[in-house]
Design a protein around this ligand. Structure first.
Ligand SMILES: [Zn+2]
Length: 281
């Protein structure tokens, strides 16, 4: 290949990359991180901006500022920027932007939240409360806005979910287990170790093979919420917050746990199971 052909090839590759990146930023997978969001209407709240499509039946978002204030109190942490909330008009749009069909997701760095059409339809049909999902995602958004690039990869995924379930009080709502139901399953030796999350269940360690529970994802989330609730009830909100905030600073989660709670995470989990099961009697 002569120098001219190499030059033409290099320029072509460069242009293709620019086009792909530009498309992804405006319409595709980079939308959650993009500096601009195009193709949406905007509704501005004091502490959030909601992106939606015209002529669209919006779920009730009037309490979004209150939910944001409330989350700051529970997490004892401040949002670093206004929260962007993107409401997709179809599940295909959600898949195009996020690569996933899950009900809702919050993304690192900007803490931007994307909702599927499904969760909004469920809300307008009064099947499931939108506010609960919103508060769950606002918890993730708050954590993500306060994490460094490195911390995004090291912050324990189970804790991220546990705090979100606890702060939005999802127990016993919209498919999530009550704390008593979690205790009943723990008493039957059904337990999902927090460190297995977020591996797909089939790749999680061997113990998960007996994990054939229906609605397993609801159980796992509810169990993580119970762990956060138990940590707060056993050691106090102040100590829990020290643990949470130290983990936001990229510290080793096992060391921080031992340091803050004076017990290893392994030993704590055994005590957690015993405490939960004892509540049944
Ligand atoms: Zn979540």
């Amino acid at each position: 290949m002569n120098a001219k052909k190499i030059k033409i090839l290099s320029i072509s590759v460069f242009v293709i990359l620019i086009v792909i990146t530009g498309y992804s930023t405006v319409y595709g997978r980079l939308v959650p991180y993009s500096p601009v969001i195009v193709g949406f209407e905007q509704k501005i709240y004091k502490r959030a901006t909601v992106y939606y499509h015209k002529g669209y039946n919006l779920p009730s978002l009037e309490d979004v500022d209150e939910l944001i204030d409330e989350n700051e109190k529970i997490h004892r942490l401040k949002y670093k920027r206004k929260v962007d909330i993107i409401l997709c008009e179809s599940d295909q749009e959600k898949k195009r932007i996020t690569g996933s069909l899950t009900r809702a997701q919050s993304f690192p760095f900007l803490g931007r939240i994307v909702f599927s059409r499904k969760v909004q339809d469920e809300a307008t049909a009064n099947e499931k409360r939108f506010g609960m999902y919103l508060q769950h995602e606002l918890s993730h958004s708050l954590t993500q806005q306060n994490l460094s690039l490195f911390g995004t990869f090291t912050f324990p995924a189970w804790l991220n979910e546990g705090i979100a379930v606890y702060s939005s009080d999802q127990f016993g709502k919209a498919g999530y287990f009550t704390q008593r139901e979690v205790s009943e399953h723990l008493s039957k030796d059904i337990f999902f170790h927090p460190y297995w999350w977020p591996q797909p269940l089939q790749q999680a360690p061997i113990e998960s093979k007996k994990f054939k529970l229906k609605d397993k994802y609801y159980f796992i989330y509810s169990e993580f919420g119970c762990i956060v609730d138990d940590l707060i009830n056993t050691y106090g909100h102040d100590r829990f917050i020290v643990y949470y905030h130290q983990l936001l600073q990229n510290k080793d989660s096992k060391d921080v746990f031992l340091d803050v709670f004076d017990i290893s995470f392994f030993d704590y989990l055994n005590e957690f199971k015993t405490r939960m099961v004892s509540k049944l009697s």
